[in-house]
Write a protein that binds this ligand. Structure first.
Ligand code: GLC
Ligand code: MG
Length: 662
């Protein structure tokens, strides 16, 4: 049997006769003998079981070969194109916002959030009961102030055991249940991590003061006499000398906070290792990040020289507060960033899993020297915190005006290293609430500022409903910061719904709870809560607000105004907030990128929703904020680059609805 490549015909042996063949007139094999081989071949139809040689012959025929080759090359081209498009999309796509960028961070002070067991103190189970609150607010990131085992001299910031939960707040099981419940709702849990000091009841301190060889240098000790002069002029953040004589060891130990909070010695590598082990412990449990407490105090200058006085003429015995000294030798010392970057590197090990990025924020604020604060962002080559907390806006109430607001915002925006992510704090457990410092009139405007600036907002519990500080009488006071730590006002029931079991609350409630509470405000579209929720939701759904340009437009004695826009997207936002003491009419007619008529999408004064202003006459009342949405083909940022900031540039392609690097 053979076949010839050079022809379309084939000689067929008996065994290869096509059983499916019928000649045209149907007279079968007898007639077939008269047909020449070529004709016979061309009438053979492919059939199962056809020998390989015949098949190969068929397949080399142009009518089979050409489509096959076309198909082959099409497949190759498509695959290559697909790979190229995938690479291009990956290369051209801007980074997606991570969870800590996409949602505000909500700070829970656990004593005051929700009490589940009726002892008057909030607890972990209580937090679990109230997770719906975050779904309602569209908040995903929750920072919980410390709940470690603690003698509570500094309400949990004095840790006795970093691996245990204080019974007041619950058990380790309660913690694990809370974390699981949060994760199942897509919420992230950020823990407080307190590296600078421990409680004086911590096992390490006991071993250190008794000079156990391994623990001897876990804290900062130096010689001094029981009643003699202090080793130097360093003062505690809480006032007076930061040195206390310890009778057991016969030396002085350093404490930059309470005397019951001895400072750990981070010049001892064993201490660094201990703290890293603790970081691992909680990351293993699945926590999503850490708020690192008081980190700038972690190292002190080993020479222990006196710090320079702010007023050199002040008698040394009157130097008792942190404001009296330049804290040159007790904060932000050389070597500190190496330790924090090591912490970060350890956290990054746990960030590899998709969707499990572990977030780090440092409390490392330096009001006077902003460049020092910015160093906590890390360097180009080495990551540190995702951001250091920005406390400048806490200063807003001291001088409410548009210019002042812009000044504070610009302190951060103008000094932040390029490409970093900003953040804003308007309240925390150490500071007077907005309603009490700035006044109720400005609460909504401040929340609007917080949620429309670029970067991550931090909201202290209760600020979403505009809670006020309480008055704490001398007999009630447990800590100077008590007024801003009163129980969260959930409803108008007994104890504002904070404790539904007994009549105990660890601090008195604010008497306004019957009207200022979550439940009542949920029912009221014009409430502080409803506006918070609206702005937060708007921010998360609008690209210009969550990752677009931020451009200054105007600032005067009353009004601060800025634009949020994204290249390629017609929809943009103008924010106009009156932080002043008078109602205002703002003329933005010189801003030619704005349309002539501006329609209010949302006003903090609900009656002004939907109002249309000519851009030459935008009216605002004291404490009123406006979000104006407009449509434009001309972006503001290309014409005013010095007025505009963006963390990572992205452009929008409206036709196919994608973002790309530009
Ligand atoms: C931080 C905390 C504060 C605490 C201090 C000492 O500043 O915010 O509440 O007292 O550190 O840990
Ligand atoms: Mg309790």
């Amino acid at each position: 049997m053979s076949y010839r490549n050079d022809s379309d015909s084939v000689e067929l042996g008996e065994c290869t006769r096509n059983p499916g063949y019928k000649d045209a007139d149907g007279d079968g094999p007898a007639a077939r003998d008269n047909i020449n081989a070529r004709d016979e071949y061309t009438q053979i139809k492919p059939y199962a079981g056809m020998p390989k040689e015949v098949l190969v012959l068929y397949s080399s025929k142009a009518r089979y070969r050409v489509p096959r080759e076309i198909l082959f090359w099409l497949t190759v081209c498509c695959t290559l194109a697909l790979v190229a498009v995938t690479i291009a999309v990956i290369a051209l796509s801007p980074k997606c916002l991570s969870w800590w960028q996409a949602s505000p961070v909500y700070q829970i002070y656990p004593r005051s959030f929700k009490d589940s067991d009726g002892d008057g103190v909030g607890d972990l189970k209580g937090i679990r009961e109230k997770l719906d609150h975050f779904e309602y607010l569209n908040i995903k990131s929750i920072w919980i102030s410390p709940f470690y085992r603690s003698p509570m001299k500094d309400f949990g910031y004095d840790v006795e055991d970093f691996r245990d939960i204080d019974p007041l707040f619950g058990t380790m099981k309660d913690f694990e249940d809370l974390l699981a419940a949060m994760h199942s709702k897509g919420l992230k849990l950020i823990m407080d991590f307190i590296p600078n000091h421990t409680s004086d009841l911590h096992r390490w301190f006991n071993l250190s003061r008794t000079r156990d060889p391994h623990y001897e240098d876990y804290y900062v000790w130096t010689d001094c006499k029981p009643d003699g002069p202090k080793p130097n002029n360093w003062v505690s953040i809480f006032g007076n000398s930061s040195w206390t004589y310890d009778e057991v060891r016969g030396q002085c130990y350093l404490h930059q906070f309470l005397k019951e909070q001895p400072d750990l010695n981070f010049r001892n590598p064993d201490v660094i290792k201990e703290m890293i082990d603790i970081i691992h412990f909680w990351l293993e449990k699945g926590v999503d990040g850490f708020r690192m407490d008081a980190v700038k105090h972690m190292l002190e200058a080993p020479h222990m020289r006196d710090e320079p006085q702010v007023d050199p003429n002040k008698p040394p015995e009157l130097v008792t507060t942190e404001w009296d000294l330049h804290s040159d030798y007790t904060t932000s010392q050389v070597g500190l960033h190496d330790i924090l970057r090591e912490f970060r590197a350890q956290m990054d090990i746990y960030s590899q899993e998709p969707g499990r990025y572990r977030f780090m924020v440092t409390e490392s604020y330096d009001y006077e020297e902003v460049y020092k604060t910015m160093m906590y962002y890390g360097s180009r080559l080495e990551k540190e915190g995702d951001f250091p907390f920005n406390f400048y806006l806490l200063d807003l109430p001291h001088n409410t005006s548009g210019v002042w607001a812009k000044h504070l915002v610009h302190l951060w925006m103008g000094n932040m290293p390029k490409g970093k992510w900003p953040n804003w704090v308007v309240g925390n457990h150490d500071r007077t609430r907005i309603s009490s410092s700035a006044g109720r009139l400005y609460v909504r405007a401040i929340n609007m500022l917080l949620l429309t600036l670029p970067g991550t907002a931090t909201t202290y519990y209760g600020e979403e409903i505009g809670m006020e500080n309480i008055n704490v009488t001398a007999s009630q006071i447990q800590d100077p910061a008590d007024p801003q730590r009163s129980p969260l006002q959930w409803n108008a029931d007994t104890n504002a719904g904070f404790n539904e079991k007994t009549n105990l609350t660890w601090l008195p409630l604010h008497p306004d709870y019957e009207t200022v509470n979550v439940e009542a405000q949920m029912k009221d579209d014009g409430s502080v809560l409803a506006q918070y929720r609206f702005l937060n939701t708007l921010r998360q759904s609008e690209l210009p607000l969550n990752r677009g340009w931020f451009c200054y437009v105007h600032a005067d004695a009353n009004v601060f105004s800025y634009i949020r826009e994204l290249d390629g997207l017609k929809r943009a936002f103008l924010i106009v907030v009156n932080f002043g003491k008078e109602s205002a009419v703002t003329d933005l007619s010189s801003v030619r990128e704005l349309p002539d008529e501006l329609k209010v999408l949302m006003s903090t004064t609900i009656a002004n929703d939907g109002k249309v202003f000519p851009k030459s006459r935008i009216q605002t009342e004291v404490g009123e904020g406006l979000v104006i949405q407009y449509s434009t083909n001309t972006r503001f940022n290309p014409n005013h680059p010095e007025e505009c900031y963006i963390s990572e540039k992205a452009c929008y392609l409206e036709t196919i609805d994608i973002l790309y690097k530009c």
